[in-house]
Design a protein around this ligand. Structure first.
Ligand code: TV1
Ligand code: ZN
Length: 380
C-alpha cells in the first residue's frame, strides 16, 4: 500500500505534518458549525493517498502554559485552564453570570476538555513554526491551527487561543519579516470580507492597521473586501496580483498562510463559489515563491469539503497534486461521507446551481489599484 500512487519522499525538500489525533475528539455542541471531526476526515484522505510517505509526520504536543502566555494574558489562560464545562445557554439572558472573556456564549462554548483542545491546536502550530525556524522544514502543515479571531484576553468567533500569533512570534525570532496571508472567508490580515455586516465587522479596504506614532505595523495590514459568489478565476487573479506585489515590496523571509476552507462553495457559513482548484491555487502560488511557509487550517464548516481542500493542499505541498488520482481511494476510512467519490467535485456537484456572483470585475480591479497604492507605505 505504501507506494500505491508512487508517492515517495523527495530529496532536498522537506514537508512536515503536525497533527494530534486527540483534537478531533472534542465537540463544540450538536448544532455548532465548528466540527473538529473534519480533521479526522482530512487525515483519512491524506493517508489513504499515501501522502504521509512524502512527509515527516509528527504527533503534535500540547502547548505549555508559558507558551500560551507569550501572547495571551495570565488571567485569561488561568481561567481557560480551570473553568468548569458549561451547557451552552439558549440565549444571552440565560448566560452564566460568572463567565468572562467572552466565553460560554453560543460562538465560544465552554465544552468538556476545552483547555486540552486549545493547547493541542497551539502545540501543532508551534511545532510547525519550530521546524521552519530550525530549517528542518520548507513547508510545515498544521491543519488543527489557524484560529485567527482569538484576542489577548478574549475568545472570539470559535477561537480561544491564537495559535497563529504564537507561531508568528516564534518565526520572528529567526525570520525578520513574516508575511501573514489569510484566505478564510472571515477577516484576517490579508483577507476578504464584506466588512460591516459580516463577523467580526472589520476588514474594510481602508482598514490598514493601527496608525499610532510608534507602531511599526501601521499601513501593514491589507484587506480585500469581497461579495458573495466569487469564482476561482477572479479569486486566483486577485490573490496572485496582490500577493506578488506584497512580496516584491515587503520581501518576506517567511510566510504564514491561513487556509480557512469556509471560502469554498457549499460551505455551511461561507457564500463563495470557490472550488478546491481555486482555493488550492493560492497554496500553489505561495509554494512557488520558494519562501519557508507554515500552512494553518482555520474555518471550514462542511467537513467533507474541508477535508478535500486540505488533503489536496497537502498534495500541493509535496508536489503530488498532479499525480494523485481524483477518485477517492476505495480503502479510505469514512469514504461514504464524501458523497461524491471525486476529490475535485464541480460546482454543479456541490451546489446544483452556482451562487450569484456579486463581484463585478471593475470592483476587483479597483481593489488591486487601491492595494498597489497602499503598498507605497510598505518598505523593507
Ligand atoms: C452554535 C450553534 C453556534 C449554531 C454559531 C455563524 C453557532 C453560528 C451556530 C455563527 C451559527 C457566527 C457572530 C454572534 C455576532 C456573532 C475559525 C452576536 C449558523 C475561523 C466565526 C464566526 C468564524 C462567528 C470563525 C459568527 C472562522 N457565524 N450557528 N456564528 N453575534 N458570530 O456573528 O473565521 O471561520 O451560524
Ligand atoms: Zn471563517
Amino acid at each position: 500500500m505504501a507506494h500505491e500512487y508512487g508517492i515517495t519522499k523527495p530529496k532536498g525538500y522537506n514537508v512536515t505534518f503536525h497533527y494530534n489525533p486527540n483534537m478531533e475528539r472534542h465537540h463544540f455542541g450538536q448544532t455548532h458549525p465548528m466540527k473538529p471531526w473534519r480533521l479526522t476526515l482530512t487525515k483519512s484522505l491524506v493517508t489513504s493517498y499515501g501522502m504521509n510517505f512524502a512527509m515527516d509526520n509528527y504527533t503534535a504536543r500540547t502547548a505549555t502554559y508559558e507558551e500560551l502566555t507569550n501572547f495571551h494574558t495570565d488571567d485569561y489562560v488561568d481561567f481557560l485552564a480551570t473553568v468548569a464545562p458549561q451547557p451552552t445557554p439558549l440565549d444571552v439572558d440565560n448566560m452564566h453570570p460568572d463567565l468572562k472573556f467572552n466565553l460560554g456564549g453560543s460562538d465560544c462554548p465552554l465544552f468538556e476538555g476545552l483547555y486540552d483542545y486549545c493547547s493541542m491546536s497551539a502545540g501543532s502550530s508551534l511545532d510547525a513554526a519550530r521546524k521552519i525556524c530550525s530549517k528542518q522544514a520548507d513547508i510545515a502543515i498544521a491543519w488543527g491551527g489557524g484560529l485567527h479571531h482569538a484576542k489577548k484576553s478574549e475568545a472570539s468567533g470559535f477561537c480561544y487561543i491564537n495559535d497563529i500569533v504564537l507561531a508568528i512570534l516564534q518565526l520572528l525570532r529567526v525570520y525578520p519579516r513574516v508575511l501573514y496571508i489569510d484566505i478564510d472567508s472571515h477577516d484576517g490580515i490579508i483577507s476578504q470580507i464584506r466588512p460591516e455586516h459580516i463577523f467580526p465587522g472589520t476588514g474594510a479596504l481602508d482598514d490598514n492597521g493601527p496608525r499610532s506614532e510608534h507602531n511599526p505595523g501601521a499601513h501593514h495590514a491589507l484587506n480585500v473586501p469581497l461579495n458573495d459568489g466569487i469564482t476561482d478565476e477572479q479569486y486566483a487573479w486577485l490573490f496572485e496580483s496582490i500577493i506578488s506585489r506584497c512580496v516584491e515590496k515587503f520581501r518576506p523571509s517567511a510566510i504564514a498562510l491561513q487556509c480557512g476552507a469556509d471560502s469554498l462553495a457549499g460551505d455551511r457559513l461561507g457564500k463563495f463559489n470557490l472550488l478546491v482548484e481555486g482555493h488550492s491555487s493560492c497554496v500553489e502560488f505561495c509554494k512557488k515563491l520558494g519562501i519557508p511557509m507554515i500552512m494553518f487550517g482555520g474555518g471550514g464548516y462542511t467537513p467533507r469539503n474541508v477535508a478535500r481542500a486540505w488533503a489536496y493542499e497537502t498534495a500541493v505541498a509535496i508536489n503530488q497534486h498532479k499525480n494523485i488520482p481524483t477518485q477517492i481511494p476505495e480503502h479510505t476510512p469514512w469514504r461514504e461521507r464524501f458523497r461524491q467519490e471525486t476529490l475535485l467535485p464541480t460546482i454543479e456537484q456541490i451546489l446544483g446551481e452556482p451562487r450569484q456572483n456579486r463581484n463585478p470585475q471593475k470592483k476587483l480591479q479597483d481593489i488591486v489599484q487601491h492595494i498597489t497604492e497602499q503598498l507605497r507605505f510598505v518598505s523593507h
